[in-house]
Every structure is written in structure tokens, then in C-alpha cells.
Design a protein around this ligand. Structure first.
Ligand code: ATP
Ligand code: MG
Ligand code: MG
Ligand code: MG
Length: 476
């Protein structure tokens, strides 16, 4: 079953059950606490916080999400994307635990020709929060799950809050057992590779006063009206229904790997480290496409910097696969082809998107060669001095002068068996930010006197900066 159809089935199921279908919000919302929308409930936050009365009591959506937290997992785990689609159903003071469990169970286990996903009920495991007897009982009553497939868990995974005083509540996660060939028996608590989390149900029932509810921090009261917030990963359902081994091999991403195979002449599945690169290319290309689609452009600040890191990582991964020509444009075009059935605006906006990513690739390729030489010298120096840690000043120089995102330096250093003085790097970054602030303040108050430069220019004429091309000074 293709992802496009999985999405449709989810929405149809909840629409049949009285939910209003709400289109995905942009990845960029005006929310100072978030770089990107990272969960389906984010656009509904004002309703959950009681700031705005909800226009419906039941809603369903498939929300575009970006989780930069998962960046290092990409290509290594079977289940983490930086961009993914979170399907959700929401109840605002309407149905609660029993309804949420009932709807979820029906969609997950009813036969495919009856509109469901057709998962074998014997392969479903769930977790509930430590003391959530109500949910544990409902899983037995509504779904007929035996007690041994209902696991109790504490902590962050099974208790949800917004990090601010407001609603919170226990979660219940649904897992599918992929079978003994994927790992050890015993449920998700024992092995999360074998048991794949597909869906998280949040039961908003508590009023939280403190900022970080951990075990042992009791809520201050009960919410006057209880809410449901759920999130199901479409890529993970696709992985299971398409019988592939990880999310990068599903229908929306595998074609990008195929493009990389064609351009590199290498084969996916032939070499473990190449495979990670193929998967990174597929994942990050798609995230880049979706971010540029929603109006982000590469820069050195916040969102733009995340985008820059992702795109540059694609370019570098392509180089490591032996692709020397610009390739980002082709990767992004492949991603557009797989994604535009669900997101038609990607096709109509493609001229702009294409121009942005190609410009970023050109800029990066121009500095990559030079930067790599600086990097190689730094490695040689470090080794010659018997060290194992690349200086923070070098990492800073690579970032500042050659546009190397720090994770690129980290990755390259790791390949050389070296560490990087990240603290030193961060200190230099902070100092630079302070300087920039002071400069900006000076400009605002007019204290910076540029007339000195004027007279130098008048006396000596223009000089061209050779630092990007002429490395002799560096080499000495
Ligand atoms: P995991 O424990 O696997 O990292 P999570 O508990 O962090 O997942 P939730 O925050 O509960 O995930 O998000 C709800 C659902 O969204 C998950 O059950 C999963 O199906 C999906 N999901 C979460 N993170 C990702 C990701 N990085 N890539 C793809 N799907 C994801
Ligand atoms: Mg996670
Ligand atoms: Mg989890
Ligand atoms: Mg979860």
C-alpha cells in the first residue's frame, strides 16, 4: 500500500467517525518555542491551552513535521526521518480514552478491504503510563489485548506535557512486532527494533503547574475538559505495509536512493557505510524540499541554518559516494515527483525551490574543496603533535571562513578517528555573536566611524580578498 493511500485511509476512517479533516499547517508557525512544527498537535495548541475555543470537537489531520533532534539517527535506525508525516485524531473535550483506543484499534487491525491497515492483532503490543490502570483495562476490554502485551512505562515517553504550565497526561504507544528476525522477544521494553512504535495516544487529563513533570511531580489538578491528541507516523506504517526494512526504503524515499545509485554507479545494499549515505541523501533531500517549499532559505541563522546543514550533508554524502557533479537538483526533482501527489504545491512552486537548492549546492561546492584542504592540514597538524582532538579554532575557522557546518567537521573528524574541541568552537561562536551584537549596537547609535576606511580606500585603492583561493599564507 502506497503512502498516499495510507494517508487517505487514515483521514477517511476518522472522517467517517465524525472528525473534521484539517489540512496540514506549514512547517513554520509563529511559535517562539519551536523552530519547526514537530507534532500534529502543534497547530491545535491554542485550543488545548484554552486560548481559543475550538471550531469543532473532533478533528483529524496529517501534519508535516520536522524533528532536528532525530538528525543523528537518520540512516542508522530503521525508523527516524528528519521530515515525516504525522497523522492524528484530536478530541477537544469530546471522546476520551475509550474512544481513542477504540478508533485506533479498529483502524490498525481491520482488514485492508474494509478500509483498515490489516495488522495481525496478535502482533500488537502497547505501553501505558505506570499508574494508568484505566488505559490498561481499556486495552483489554476494547481491544481484547492480553495483559502480557500491555507494558507499563514511566518517564518522558509515556507522559506528555507542553513544557509550560497547562495540560498534560499519560500516553499509550502502539507497537507492531516485526518478528524474531528483527530482534529479541519480550515487547518494546526489551527491543525497540523488533517492536516498531507506530502510534502514540495522549490522554490529556491533568492540569500541570510545574514546568517539568517527571515521575513524582504530581499534577496540580484535573483538566475541566479532557482531550485526546494522537500521532501516527505515516512513514512507519508504510515501512510495515510495504514489507521493506526501514523508512528510507518506502515508496516516497526509495526513488531518491535510486537516483543516487544511477548518478554514483554504486548499488544500495552493497556496502554498509555507503548505505548510510544513500539513506541520508534520501531523507535530507526530502526535508530540504519540504522546508524550501514552506519558504525557508539557507542561511547562517536558526531555521535557515538547519536547512543549510541538511542540504550540505546531502552534497557531501553524494561526494562520498563518488558523485562529483552537482546532483542536488536531481535528487530534489525525484523527491518532488514522489511527494507532489500529496503536496501539489511542490510541483507548481518547483522553479523557486530548484533555484534555491542549486544555488546552495554551488556555494557549498565552491568552498568544499578549499575547506577540505584546510581540514586536511588541521588533521595533519593534530596528528603530528600526537593529539586526537582537532582545535576549536580550526572548527571555527572552517565554519566562519569556509561555511562548514559544525556537524560536517564533526563527521569528517570522526572518519579520521579524531574528536573536535566543541567547547572551544562554541566559545568562539559565542564571542563572535557578542562582537556582532556590539557592532550592531554601535551602528545603531552611530559610534562606528567608517571614515578611516574611506581614507585608506582613497589612498590605496581597492584590494581583492584572496583568502578563498590563495592558501599560501595558510600553508606557511
Ligand atoms: P521514537 O520513540 O521511535 O523516537 P517518539 O516516541 O519520539 O518515537 P512520538 O513523539 O510519540 O514519537 O510521535 C508520534 C509518532 O510519530 C510516533 O509513534 C512515530 O510513528 C512517528 N514518529 C516520531 N518521530 C519520527 C521520526 N523521526 N520519523 C518518522 N516517524 C516518527
Ligand atoms: Mg523520538
Ligand atoms: Mg517513543
Ligand atoms: Mg511516542
Amino acid at each position: 500500500m502506497q503512502t498516499h493511500e495510507i494517508r487517505q485511509r487514515f483521514l477517511d476512517h476518522f472522517e467517517r467517525n465524525g472528525h473534521t479533516v484539517v489540512p496540514s499547517a506549514s512547517l513554520i508557525l509563529d511559535d517562539p518555542t519551536l523552530l519547526f512544527v514537530n507534532a500534529g498537535m502543534v497547530p491545535f495548541k491554542p485550543y488545548f491551552l484554552g486560548e481559543v475555543p475550538p471550531p469543532y470537537r473532533r478533528a483529524t489531520s496529517i501534519q508535516k513535521c520536522v524533528r532536528t533532534l532525530d538528525i543523528d539517527n537518520v540512516g542508522h535506525t530503521t525508523r527516524h526521518n528528519t521530515f515525516f508525516q504525522m497523522a492524528g485524531n484530536f478530541s477537544f473535550g469530546d471522546y476520551f480514552k475509550e474512544g481513542a483506543i477504540g478508533y485506533a484499534w479498529e483502524l490498525v487491525t481491520s482488514a485492508q478491504d474494509a478500509g483498515g491497515f490489516g495488522f495481525d492483532p496478535d502482533r500488537i503490543w502497547v505501553t501505558v503510563y505506570t499508574d494508568d490502570d484505566e488505559a490498561a483495562n481499556l486495552w483489554q476490554k476494547v481491544a481484547g489485548l492480553p495483559e502480557e502485551r500491555i507494558q507499563r512505562r514511566s518517564g518522558k515517553d509515556n507522559y506528555w506535557d507542553m513544557g509550560v504550565p497547562g495540560p498534560g497526561g499519560p500516553c499509550s504507544e502502539i507497537y507492531v512486532d516485526r518478528g524474531p528476525e528483527y530482534g529479541r522477544e519480550g515487547g518494546p521494553v526489551v527491543d525497540e527494533d523488533r517492536y516498531l512504535e507506530i502510534w502514540n495516544l495522549v490522554f490529556m487529563q491533568d492540569q500541570r503547574g510545574d514546568l517539568s513533570p517527571k515521575d513524582g511531580h504530581p499534577p496540580v489538578g484535573e483538566l475541566p475538559s479532557k482531550n485526546i491528541d494522537t500521532g501516527m507516523g505515516m512513514e512507519r506504517v508504510a515501512l510495515l505495509l510495504q514489507g521493506v526494512s526501514n523508512v528510507y526504503e518506502t515508496d516516497l524515499l526509495r526513488p531518491i536512493i535510486a537516483t543516487a545509485e544511477r548518478l554514483s554507479g554504486r548499488r544500495y545494499g552493497a556496502d554498509a557505510s555507503d548505505d548510510v549515505r544513500f539513506r541520508v541523501i534520501a531523507d535530507h533531500t526530502r526535508t530540504g524540499l519540504m522546508l524550501v517549499g514552506d519558504g525557508v532559505t539557507p542561511s547562517n541563522e536558526a531555521r535557515g541554518y538547519v536547512l543549510r546543514r541538511l542540504l550540505r550533508r546531502v552534497v557531501r554524502s553524494a561526494r562520498l559516494l563518488g558523485i562529483t557533479e552537482p546532483a542536488l537538483g536531481e535528487f530534489v526533482a525525484t523527491a518532488r515527483d514522489t511527494m507532489s501527489p500529496s503536496y501539489p504545491e511542490l510541483a507548481t512552486e518547483f522553479g523557486r525551490i530548484d533555484a534555491v537548492v542549486r544555488a546552495e549546492e554551488d556555494a557549498f561546492l565552491a568552498t568544499l574543496t578549499t575547506g577540505s584542504r584546510i581540514f586536511d592540514m588541521a588533521v595533519a597538524e593534530t596528528r603530528a603533535a600526537g593529539g586526537t582532538v582537532l582545535g576549536g579554532d580550526r572548527a571555527f575557522q572552517l565554519h566562519d571562513t569556509y561555511g562548514f557546518p559544525i556537524d560536517l567537521t564533526l563527521e569528517m573528524a570522526e572518519e579520521q578517528g579524531l574528536k573536535v574541541d566543541q567547547e572551544g568552537f562554541r566559545r568562539l561562536m559565542a564571542e563572535q555573536r557578542e562582537r556582532a551584537k556590539a557592532d550592531a549596537a554601535a551602528r545603531k547609535t552611530g559610534h562606528a566611524d567608517a571614515s578611516a576606511y574611506r581614507s585608506v580606500l582613497d589612498q590605496h585603492g581597492r584590494t581583492d580578498f584572496l583568502g578563498y583561493t590563495d592558501l599560501t599564507a595558510e600553508a606557511r
